[in-house]
Design a protein around this ligand. Sequence first.
Ligand code: GRF
Length: 221
Amino acid sequence: MPGLRIAVLASGRGSNLQALLEAIAAGRLRGRVVGVFSDRPGCRALARAAEAGLPARAVSPRGFPARAAHDEALFSEVAAVQPDLIVCAGYLRIIGEDAVRRFMPRMINIHPSLLPRHPGLDTHARALAAGDREHGASVHVVTPALDAGPVLAQARIAIGPGDTPETLAERLLPREHALLTACVALIAEGRLLPDAECPRLDGAPLRRPLRLGDDNRLHEG
Ligand code: GRF
């Protein structure tokens, strides 16, 4: 199938990878996953890739003297599949500046918070601790500053009085899947253009992140 050549980076369960594969199979996303890459041999994401018959490679950071050397080894494998877009979907290692710049702005990340709120780890617990009324997920362009590149799209959920980090994570996950697949589909259609400074939608600067609606489509404003 023609379309966007997508490389996926993942470290864990790989449910976002699975969502992308299902969207492609259902004809909702015009593209194909040309490789799955991980820093964690044996992770579920790699098993899912193998089950789907996709090229899957793990490069463990063990044995590399520094972050840059590991990045170089992993990302030369990524470059070899000639991706149009690299999707970090639960890739839990910080990517060094050289590797980021090599692919910028063709690398995006899904992060479980309403950026710029709560970059980094433990986002569900931090949203609760901060007394936030809303939580969510963001898809953003990867730039050298952690979780700080332009946000392309967000999904929001309300926080209720009985919520815990676990209930938030559980409720957010299906919204993450819809958000990521819709966002990658728009990129594949050539409508959404990632950029490290000024992403564009239909040729016009994207003034604020697109919003995932109840219809699982992305809307302006
Ligand atoms: C997701 O919550 C994603 O936002 C975060 O890590 C989780 C990955 O889940 N960065 P999965 O591996 O795709 O199931």
